[in-house]
Design a protein around this ligand. Structure first.
Ligand SMILES: [Zn+2]
Length: 448
């Protein structure tokens, strides 16, 4: 076992020091990342913002939500041609019932969804990248007034469209679903519909990357202008946690190791590996303070999901009517977007998604041996059910650290490390021949 062990200092990845072992960029993913185009994103945003409104309950067939849905569908269908029949797209209609809040009467609404079917019949995983197509102005019930929604969430939908364009011809083991959801502003209607359906039908959703407000780089009030930072929101205590799971979490101090937190760490590591001049910030919240997004219905159903958002929000251009007041232009208009920033955000999504969709399944039955007192830590696991592996990384970090600090490689399914489990956290990832890693699994105790 010793022979196969080497250490990667992931804190010093990339170009800092020739003496460090580095994880190299996978050339194919690097090539895909380079295809993400700021010009394409700009075009989609201008097209989306040109509809008078994309309000969920808009019935304007010429210049409202139905027309916007057909626009997104036409984009997906134009890319599907290069997929060899594996990409399909549809406008999926459903009735969202009156809720006494933001939906007054039962209303027919729709998500626009493209599905790129995985190539391995044994791989039932689905990875989702999403944004919400609906927009709003100051009055969330105004289904007719102008609401361009360039950034909220034209930016997220544009990223989804661009990823569908670049990835359509790719062959991934797992299935990738590209979602332009409706009804986010009316109470997460479209995402709830899909997440509930997925749960009821037993879909294996292995990760959701929800992009909402990802294309502006200048803050209101504090006047910060910085296009090098991105936030990933991930839940700390799982909203779906049972009492039994809570007991286990408390007993092993897994408070900073939810599945969604592991996904967030994965996106930070992989995104920063492939996208230059972009720092991914982990935010230890499932969303902004007391706010919500389309990742939430997936979390409620027990799926792994995170929210991607820009670092510096501008509230002059969010949920505001288009107008000039005291010399300030309000409204969510394309002129306030930073398309180079949106390109980098989209590229972070793409690098993570392309890695995940061709990653092995996660190691199974990952355990840490607690059968005797020892200053060493013994981890054990079994091979993933999906995909071929060349080996595994055991990850390690200090209990006070946010990101994994070291990666130990082995071809076996156990590893003994001369570091005490009292002082460090561990996890295990499977690694494919291509070097692509699975999501990390936090171990549970193996007791007598
Ligand atoms: Zn939004």
């Amino acid at each position: 076992m010793r022979k196969t062990l080497f250490v990667l200092f992931i804190g010093f990845l990339a170009w800092d020091s020739a003496a460090q072992t580095t994880i190299h960029r996978n050339p194919e993913i690097e090539r895909l990342v380079a295809e993400v185009s700021a010009d394409s994103l700009k075009k989609y945003i201008h097209d989306l913002a040109a509809f008078n409104t994309r309000h969920t309950l808009s019935v304007d067939d010429e210049n409202g939500m139905p027309a916007a849905q057909r626009y997104v569908l036409s984009k997906f269908k134009s890319f599907a041609g290069s997929s060899g029949g594996r990409m399909t797209a549809e406008i999926e209609k459903f009735v969202t019932p009156a809720d006494g809040r933001r939906v007054v009467v039962d209303s027919e609404v729709a998500n626009v969804v493209a599905t790129l079917k995985g190539t391995d019949p044994a791989d039932d995983r689905i990875f989702i990248v999403s944004g919400h197509l609906d927009s709003r102005n100051k009055d969330v019930m105004d289904a007719e007034g102008n609401a361009p929604g360039a950034n909220d969430d034209g930016s997220g939908v544009a990223a989804v469209i661009e990823l569908a364009r670049v990835l359509a011809r790719m062959e991934f083991s797992a299935t990738v679903l590209f979602g332009a959801f409706t009804g986010e502003e009316q109470g997460l209607k479209g995402a709830t519909y899909l997440a509930d359906k997925a749960k009821a039908e037993g879909w294996n959703i292995a990760g959701v990357l929800n992009n909402d407000i990802v294309g502006n780089s200048t803050s209101s009030e504090t006047n910060i202008s910085d296009n090098t930072k991105l936030r990933i929101f991930s839940e700390t205590i799982p909203i779906s946690e049972t009492e039994q799971q809570a007991g286990l979490r408390r007993s092993i101090n897994a408070d900073n190791d939810s599945k969604s937190r592991q996904l967030a760490r994965y996106i930070k590591e992989v995104g920063e590996r492939y996208v230059d001049q972009m720092e991914v910030k982990l935010i230890y919240r499932s969303d902004r303070f007391l706010r919500g997004g389309d990742q939430t219905p997936f979390l409620r159903n027990g799926f792994t999901a995170i929210r991607v958002s820009e670092m510096n929000e501008n509230f002059y251009h969010q949920h505001e009517n288009v107008r000039v007041e005291n010399g300030i232009q309000y409204g969510d208009l394309p002129e306030f977007m930073d398309f180079e920033y949106l390109r980098k955000v989209s590229a972070v999504n793409l690098s993570a998604l392309a890695s995940l969709a061709n990653s092995p399944g996660m190691p199974q039955d990952v355990k840490i041996d607690l059968r005797g007192l020892s200053n060493k830590s013994i981890l054990l696991w079994t091979a993933p059910a999906i995909g071929k592996v060349k080996g595994y990384y055991v990850l390690m970090r200090e209990t006070s650290e946010s990101m994994w600090e070291k990666k130990f490689f082995t071809t076996e399914t156990t590893m003994t490390l001369p570091y005490s489990k009292d002082n460090y956290f561990f996890a295990v990832q499977a690694v494919a021949e291509t070097g692509v890693e699975s999501l990390a699994v936090f171990p549970v105790p193996l007791s007598r």
